[in-house]
Design a protein around this ligand. Structure first.
Ligand SMILES: *[C@@H]1O[C@H](CO)[C@@H](O)[C@H](O)[C@H]1NC(C)=O
Ligand SMILES: *[C@@H]1O[C@H](CO)[C@@H](O)[C@H](O)[C@H]1NC(C)=O
Ligand SMILES: [Cu+2]
Length: 322
């Protein structure tokens, strides 16, 4: 394993770093599509708060942990309902390259904007409640690997949300360098939603960003390449409003702890689509096995000769590069 990590790092040094991060380029809400805001351009009519750079947020105490790098309120707050289905697409570079990281969790939080429609709401005062978390399946493949393959992330809003304005804080954490202090990469992105319906849920517990994470949390300063470890999600437990099944490979709940990394039944349901998608094409399944652990198989994938595997190899090298 030492050998293959070193080999990947050496290969990664050949690849430019600049395309290595990214942003939310698109969100579908019950089938209605909205473009994201491209960093460093003029704000468009979008519900996605605009960030200033595709680079990751560094440091759990960084004010940009709220909604991403220097995030500005979005022009739109768009309709949604309790139980709405969202598809969130991440891209890298200037929005033309598939997301380049495959290691680490995806988590989703919401916060009420109070009497505000979110258009001026400052998320640093918000009380966020966790509605979903996705980790690894029983083979160690992270939910993020599907984003790496170009799939959107699918999210169902809680069924008992009270009506009103909400910020959805959707977050990818990239852990490929998280074994070193400060190596973790945070990618929060906020989407402004006006939730209708007649729900009555009062969320609990709630957390703040920054505040919910610490740089030394077990899920933030972590060597994900340690075999057999159970990932500990940061940010506390799922809130009472989270849907059943919103907890993918939860390692923090008593039921799942001590289960040596295997998923709960809800977790298998939540991540099975990843495995199915991976199995459906040889290129994808090569990618998945290469991302599960940087082992001998990853090195083999990198040496493979087909076009798609070569492309995967290039991306894989970038993944390891930062
Ligand atoms: C939000 O509030 C924080 C803390 O008061 C402040 O530092 C930050 O600049 C505010 N953000 C915006 C976008 O107004
Ligand atoms: C999300 O749903 C879409 C549409 O059904 C599907 O194509 C995609 O693979 C799903 N994403 C994941 C990560 O399962
Ligand atoms: Cu990156």
């Amino acid at each position: 394993m030492k050998f293959s990590v070193a080999a990947l790092s050496a290969l990664a040094a050949l690849v430019p770093h600049v395309a290595g991060h990214g942003f939310v380029t698109k969100v579908l809400i019950d089938g209605k599509e909205y473009d994201g805001n491209k960093p460093e351009s003029s704000a468009i009519d979008s519900p996605v708060r605009m960030i200033s750079t595709i680079d990751p947020v560094k440091g759990a105490d960084n004010p940009s942990m709220t909604c991403g790098q220097d995030a500005q309120a979005a022009k739109l707050t768009v309709p949604a309902n309790p139980g709405s289905n969202l598809q969130i697409t991440w891209m890298s570079g200037s929005g033309d390259t598939t997301w380049v990281h495959n290691t680490g969790p995806i988590m989703n939080y919401m916060a009420s904007c109070g009497s505000d429609d979110c258009s001026t709401f400052n998320g640093s005062d918000a009380k966020f409640f966790k509605i979903e978390q996705s980790g690894q399946d029983s083979d160690g493949v992270w939910a993020q690997a599907a984003i790496f393959q170009g799939q959107p992330f699918n999210l169902t809003l809680p069924k008992n949300l009270s009506p009103g304005g909400y910020i959805l804080r959707h977050e990818i954490i990239a852990l490929q360098n998280a074994q070193s202090a400060g190596g973790v990469e945070f990618y929060p992105s906020c989407i402004q939603l006006l939730v209708g319906g007649s729900g009555s849920g009062v969320p609990s517990p709630t957390v703040s960003f920054p505040g919910a994470y610490s740089d030394t949390d077990a899920g933030i300063l972590v060597n994900v390449y340690n075999p057999g470890q159970v990932y500990q999600f940061p940010g506390g437990p799922l809130s009472n409003l989270a849907s059943p099944g919103a907890d993918s490979s939860d390692s923090t709940s008593p039921a799942a702890s001590g289960s040596s990394g295997s998923s709960s039944s809800a977790a298998s349901a939540a991540t099975s689509s990843v495995a199915v998608a991976a199995a459906s094409s040889p290129a994808a399944s090569a990618a998945t096995s290469s991302v599960a652990a940087p082992s001998a198989s990853a090195t083999k994938t990198c040496k493979a000769k087909t076009g798609s595997q070569k492309r995967m190899f290039k991306r894989h090298a970038r993944v390891a590069s930062h």
